[in-house]
Ligand binder design. Structure first.
Ligand SMILES: Nc1nc2c(c(=O)[nH]1)N[C@H]1C(S)=C(S)[C@@H](COP(=O)(O)OP(=O)(O)OC[C@H]3O[C@@H](n4cnc5c(=O)[nH]c(N)nc54)[C@H](O)[C@@H]3O)O[C@H]1N2
Ligand SMILES: Nc1nc2c(c(=O)[nH]1)N[C@H]1C(S)=C(S)[C@@H](COP(=O)(O)OP(=O)(O)OC[C@H]3O[C@@H](n4cnc5c(=O)[nH]c(N)nc54)[C@H](O)[C@@H]3O)O[C@H]1N2
Ligand code: SF4
Ligand SMILES: [Mo]
Length: 796
């Protein structure tokens, strides 16, 4: 589709960049003013737009936006930063000289970077350039928030399958599982695809403490206790195994379940460990037990296959003699997993995870009978202190269906083979090894140079493991979206130099020395290579044009980093400031140019096809080359090689339960992304105040009426919200909203103090004393609290 010009109205194909859905849209301007965006049905993600997308002009023309670079003139932490407008020249010169100074005095690692999320902000437009900038600068410390966002589904998953969760093949799925993922509020295109699958007759399983989105229409809605998903997954798996409701052939041939594990070391048995090693096996080969000939068979790690054709036993315990004559007792990995699942029979799952025993059995049967199964899990499972093992438990459960990479399972759609310009190659291994999060775990986000905020605060405040002195924040609003905002405020106040780019002035940006005003997506060009969710979406390459020019002096993050790169002495890595040249470099392998894309604003589609069953050629990118039911990698890093369920760090089964009897979780709302958009009048009218949902009985027991202001109290802090009744919730669970700080000038609503008990900052209720030992995730969704009515309302 082309740009249309009718009188003073221009209609240009584009896409909305506000969230992960990236819905195709038509951008409309009239007399040079941006008046809105509309659905673009021919676009693979363009069937509909949500309320946020429809509010686009209010986002662009909002008076609470920042339009000029600023510098602070008063001390950090002062209520009034004393902002003074400065020129871009001055802002960028000062930024470059301070970053240079810290880099030359303490190394680039002494400057950390805060990045907001590409899943919930339009930073996705320029994220590749920001990453390139950080890598070229040389810092291994990026606070991306990945540990509370996407790390589990994208990276923990790879410890089981060798790759991320990949996309559900909605169009061919016979059963869709939404596990802690509510696309109705968070990913419009996923919701549309789920609805179509449902209409086609696919079955649906929803695991969510709240009866929201598709829960009411699901074949099984499992109302899990927040943070107990691991126990639920083991329980369902146990029923599948006990009843033979699993794909035996896939598990035998494509998982490491048949490999034998030594009971004494909890590591795989090696051929050299035994006195009579299997024929044809090398010393380092692993060992399984052949079901027919009843003897050991070698498994070559190098070739990623058994040394001879075999039908290995899945459930087996065997003993061998070591070369020195000692007995070595072994059990197959799958046998160990089965033993673990046996600890969670349906009635125990009911007691631990609060899901009725009957539903555990019914879900197990459904998962087997309605194959192929596809699934997506997200924030519901990622924001707990046990999140990594929960991901392992769910991915292992899903392996039992045998739907991996099958049509209708989770598949890797083909992607246009463009050049990756994120610049990972600029960061040397030595520099990478300095990531401050690596002291937590060598398996976690630190491997990629991503750090948890708790570790960032510790590095700034205590100099552990070394001092972080400077911070470059691209949007990230630590104080509101991360646990322990009070500690965050102390850390931000201590920084020697802090520069922050954002659209509005947030509580985090208010601590900066220099503020850089960023434009909105409709004021800049952006290249999108592949949209998500289906093969046609992945095949599309689109260059969104700017509907209007940037308001005030605002600029894109791309412009900022391209200019800074030159000032910092690595302009050559940034095409000497020429963004178009950089974009052409991305496209070069496709033999496409920017001009090709500019002349086709609706995008250009390539002809990629999904590569089903790729593992049949390549195996799995894991240590054993198989799906890892048992992870020796975890064992060697001091973690449990099996997905054992660990109670969340704060739990209703602890001594404090009498003081804090309610489990506290949270979720996103359709009207806003995280801490954004409260300044948008049409959105704020729909959702004017922060809410905490509870069962009417829970409220009645506390003398709380619907709509009353209440105080939520935890060991760590307090926050005020309006009580909302939700009879679908378990009486022991409440769900609060986060992200509330901003006022709305047009509606005359004042801001909430994000660092005060009388404010509405959910994440001040959350302690970061406990973190997931691998990912560093914090229990944003499995805290414990008490709630009481307050008289006189909130101080808004
Ligand atoms: N409108 C909107 N859309 C967004 C965003 C936004 O802020 N607003 N943010 C974007 C980003 S960055 C992300 S990460 C995605 C996230 O997308 P989702 O993961 O779909 O979003 P959430 O609503 O955070 O969580 C999903 C569900 O998890 C449930 N849940 C809570 N606790 C638990 C639990 O312990 N176990 C289980 N199984 N479920 C639980 C919640 O009730 C909720 O319905 O959304 C993206 N899209
Ligand atoms: N309790 C609780 N806390 C949560 C969550 C939860 O479910 N419960 N969810 C978590 C999740 S999944 C995530 S991803 C994090 C999100 O945490 P943050 O990344 O801090 O998210 P936002 O509040 O959306 O902040 C984004 C900021 O970026 C600015 N911005 C928008 N567009 C641009 C741009 O193009 N460039 C720049 N430089 N800035 C821009 C916005 O104005 C906004 O101030 O929050 C997490 N916090
Ligand atoms: S779901 Fe809404 S905010 Fe997200 S991309 Fe689509 S229209 Fe934009
Ligand atoms: Mo996220």
């Amino acid at each position: 589709m082309e740009t249309d010009q009718i009188g003073s109205e221009t209609r240009t194909p584009g896409f909305c960049a506000l969230c992960k859905s990236r819905c195709g849209s038509i951008m409309v301007t009239r007399d040079g003013r941006f008046v809105g965006q509309e659905p673009f049905p021919e676009h693979p993600t363009g069937k509909a737009l949500c309320v946020k997308g429809l509010a686009a002009p209010e986002i662009v023309y909002n008076k609470q936006r920042q339009f000029y670079p600023l510098k602070r003139t008063r001390p950090k932490g002062d209520k009034d930063p004393g902002w003074k407008q400065i020129s871009w020249e001055e802002a960028l010169d000062r930024t470059a000289s301070e970053l240079n100074r810290i880099r030359s005095e303490s190394g680039p690692e002494a400057v950390a970077f805060g990045l907001t999320t590409p899943s919930g902000t339009p930073i996705s437009d320029d994220i590749r350039w920001i990453e390139r900038f950080i890598n070229a600068f040389g810092s291994p410390n990026v606070a991306y928030g990945t540990e509370i966002c996407n790390w589990h589904k994208d990276y923990a998953h790879a410890y089981t399958f060798g790759r991320s969760i990949a996309s559900p093949d909605f169009e061919r799925s016979e059963c869709v599982v939404l596990w802690g993922h509510n696309p109705s509020a968070t990913w419009l295109d996923h919701a549309t695809a789920t609805r179509s699958a449902r209409v086609r007759g696919a079955r649906l399983i929803v695991v969510d403490p709240r009866r929201v989105g598709f829960a009411g229409r699901a074949d099984q809605w499992l109302r899990v206790r927040p943070g107990a998903d691991g126990a639920l997954a083991l329980g369902i798996a146990g029923e599948m195994i006990r009843n033979g409701w699993f794909d035996v052939q896939f598990v035998r041939d494509w998982t490491n379940g048949p490999l034998l594990v030594r009971r004494d070391t909890n590591r795989f048995l090696r051929a050299a460990d035994i006195a009579a090693p299997p024929a044809d096996a090398d010393a380092g080969d692993l060992v399984a037990w052949d079901a027919q000939v009843k003897e050991a068979v070698g498994y070559s790690l190098a070739r990623r296959s058994y040394v001879r054709p075999t039908s290995p036993e899945l459930h087996v315990s065997v003993e061998f003699l070591s070369p020195s004559g000692e007995t070595i007792s072994c059990r197959s990995a799958f046998g160990l997993y089965r033993d673990l699942c046996e600890e969670y029979p349906p009635d125990r799952v009911e007691a631990v995870a609060w899901v009725p025993a009957r539903q555990v059995t019914e879900t197990a049967r459904l998962l087997f009978q309605a194959r192929p199964v596809s699934y997506y899990m997200w924030s519901g499972v990622g924001q707990h202190t046990n999140a990594t093992q929960t991901d392992r438990a769910i991915s292992t459960l899903m392996a039992l269906t045998g739907s991996f990479d099958a049509p209708g399972g989770n598949v890797q759609f083909a992607r246009p083979p463009v050049r990756d310009v994120a610049g990972g190659e600029f960061l040397s291994p030595g520099q990478r090894a300095k990531c401050i999060d690596l002291k937590r775990s060598t398996l976690g986000p630190g491997r990629n140079g991503w750090t948890g905020t708790d570790a960032l605060y510790a590095a700034i405040l205590d100099g552990e493991p070394y001092p972080v002195r400077g911070l470059f924040g691209f949007g990230r609003n630590f104080i509101v979206n991360h646990a322990n905002g009070d500690q965050g405020a102390k850390a931000l106040a201590k920084l020697e130099f802090h520069v922050h780019s954002d659209v509005v002035m947030t509580p985090t940006a208010a601590f900066a020395d220099i503020f850089l005003p960023v434009n909105t997506p409709w004021e800049r060009e952006a290249l999108r290579v592949g949209f998500e969710g289906s093969q046609p979406a992945e095949n599309l390459i689109q260059l969104r044009q700017a509907a209007i020019s940037s308001l005030g002096e605002s600029r894109s993050d791309a412009q900022i980093v391209f200019e800074l790169a030159t000032r910092l002495g690595f302009g050559d890595l940034f095409w000497n400031g020429d963004i178009d040249a950089g974009l052409d470099a991305i496209l070069a392998p496709l033999k496409l140019t920017l001009d090709d894309l500019r002349s086709k604003p609706g995008g250009i589609s390539l002809a990629g096809e999904p590569d089903y069953f790729r593992y049949r050629q390549d195996g799995f990118k894991t240590q054993t080359g198989k799906v890892e039911i048992f992870s020796e990698v975890f064992r060697d890093a001091g973690e449990n090689p099996l997905p054992r369920f660990i109670e969340p760090a704060l739990s209703p089964y602890q001594a404090e339960a009498s003081e804090f009897p309610l489990v506290l979780t949270s979720a996103k709302v359709v009207h806003y992304c995280h801490g954004q958009h409260r300044h948008i009048p049409s959105l704020r009218r729909r959702s004017p105040e922060p809410e905490v949902s509870m069962h009417p009985q829970t409220a009645a027991e506390r003398g709380i009426g619907e709509g009353d202001w209440v105080e939520i109290r935890t060991k760590s802090g307090r926050a005020r919200m309006r009580a909302k009744f939700d009879p679908g919730l378990d009486r022991r669970v409440v769900s609060g909203q986060y992200g509330w700080w901003q006022g709305n000038e047009e509606l005359g609503l004042e801001a909430f103090d994000s660092l005060a008990d009388a404010g509405a900052n959910y994440n001040r209720l959350i302690s970061d004393d406990h973190a997931d030992p691998i990912s560093g995730s914090i229990g944003l969704r499995s805290s414990v609290c008490e709630i009481s009515p307050i008289n006189g309302g909130a101080s808004a």
